[in-house]
Design a protein around this ligand. Structure first.
Ligand SMILES: Cc1ncc(COP(=O)(O)O)c(C=O)c1O
Length: 412
């Protein structure tokens, strides 16, 4: 990967956490799908904002308040531009979970009723399942699932068949599965959903940090993602929406900046995007996310994808050398984001993660907030290793060494 200052080592050294050691071993971090590590520029941007530019936003006339306004509004412009979206249809939320809930509450409650259906896929994170369950139960609508095949992929023909039933009002699906790694054909899917007169929502939590995402070109009605997986701070997520839908929607939460005027019995709403941002927003976090997307932009998202694709291909190749190890999801790195979930015969995924931990390797084990998918896969849990811009082939080697030693400890 090229960087402004050149070289892979430079990328890793941009992240202060890699100076840490655990029991004398360097940190091997393979859990970026859970949350990414943060480059110094992000940490410093947040600290600088709090230290030098802090004031509430959109309320003050004094110079410091105007600096805070400029920082927050500038963050929105940069984040929207990074994702190929328009600034005033880009809404800051707490995380992607809140962004999806915003749509379920504010769009769903006004537009769904008995006889209508929401279509999601078997590969969704709970954040893109439970809001629709609650909505459908409340509104008397049906919740249906698109199947994932044995290769971890969706079928466009099955999507067409569901849409042909005529009752689907909203289709919500992940861009990249956080368990299977599958990159879904999102532009083809949104085109079909739109042609059927339904609304599309994409969960981009595992996509935006790892590949060039152009929300405008994808054509989704709603596209949501989360800052902390994209090198940014926790506490900030993003919802990009189609203007005419956002304008027609009632607010999600009320109070503060989302208000234009208030009378004793009623109120009117502010313009986009303020209409969907109640109360004091996450100013420092948005500033941090701006520093994160600026950093990713300097690396170049095509370079980020190429680097992580190569690491994923290497991980698939090396994991195949571990006896009894089974990978879930597509066999080819081209069809995947930078994560690989797996099981090892005779070892519980939590034991796999603990043995990796003893070697200083951080991986995740569990259901990955995708319990329905676990049921489809016929497992309770998997281990998952996931990469970021700072990983190197040596990190994969450390994982594989730990797995091989772990099998020996288990007498396998
Ligand atoms: C695909 C996907 N969707 C949603 C989420 C939830 O993200 P957050 O907790 O930031 O809302 C995650 C993260 O775990 C995820 O991987």
């Amino acid at each position: 990967m090229r960087t402004p200052s050149g070289g892979r080592a430079r990328v890793r050294s941009d992240f202060p956490i890699f100076a840490r050691e655990f029991d004398g071993r360097p940190l091997v971090y393979l859990d970026s799908a859970a949350t990414s590590q943060k480059p110094a520029v992000v940490i410093e941007a947040v600290a600088d904002h709090l230290r030098n530019h802090n004031a509430n936003v959109h309320r003050g006339v004094y110079a410091l308040a105007q600096e805070a306004d400029a920082a927050y509004d500038g963050a929105r412009r940069a984040v929207a531009g990074f994702a190929g979206a328009q600034t005033d249809t880009t809404i800051f939320t707490k995380n992607v979970t809140e962004a999806i809930n915003l749509v379920a509450y504010a769009w769903g409650r006004a537009n769904l009723g008995p006889g209508d259906a929401v279509l999601i896929t078997q590969a969704e994170h709970h954040a893109n399942i439970v809001p629709w369950q609650v909505l459908c139960r409340e509104r008397g609508a049906a919740l249906r699932y698109l199947e994932v095949d044995e290769n971890g992929e969706l079928s466009l023909a099955a999507l067409d068949a569901e849409l042909a039933r005529g009752d689907v009002r909203l289709v919500a699906f992940t861009h990249v599965s956080n368990v299977l790694g599958t990159i879904n054909p999102v532009a083809e899917m949104t085109a079909r959903v739109r042609a059927a007169g339904a609304v599309s929502l994409i969960d981009g939590a595992q996509a935006v940090p790892h590949m060039a995402v152009d929300v405008g070109a994808i054509g989704a009605d709603f596209y949501a993602w989360t800052g902390h997986k994209a090198l940014g701070p926790t506490g900030v997520g993003v919802l990009h929406g189609r203007r005419e839908i956002l304008e027609a929607m009632e607010p999600f939460l009320t109070g503060g900046d989302m208000i234009a005027s208030v009378d004793f019995q009623s109120a009117t709403w502010n313009e986009l995007p303020a209409k969907f941002e109640a109360g004091t927003p996450m100013v420092a976090e948005a500033v941090g996310l701006r520093a994160a997307v600026d950093y990713l932009g300097r690396l170049g998202m095509d370079q980020v994808r190429a680097h992580e694709r190569a690491l994923t291909a290497y991980m698939l190749e090396r994991l195949a050398q571990v006896p009894g190890l089974r990978v879930v999801g597509p066999a080819e790195a081209d069809a995947r984001g930078g994560l690989v979930s797996f099981t090892i015969d005779g070892m519980h995924p939590h034991d796999i993660a603990e043995l990796a931990n003893r070697a200083g390797v951080c991986i995740r084990a569990g259901h990955h907030c995708a319990q329905p998918l676990m049921r489809c896969l016929g497992v309770n849990a998997t281990a998952r290793a996931s990469v970021g811009v700072y990983n190197e082939p040596a990190d994969i080697d450390a994982l594989v060494d730990a797995l091989v030693r772990g099998r020996e400890i288990f007498g396998l």
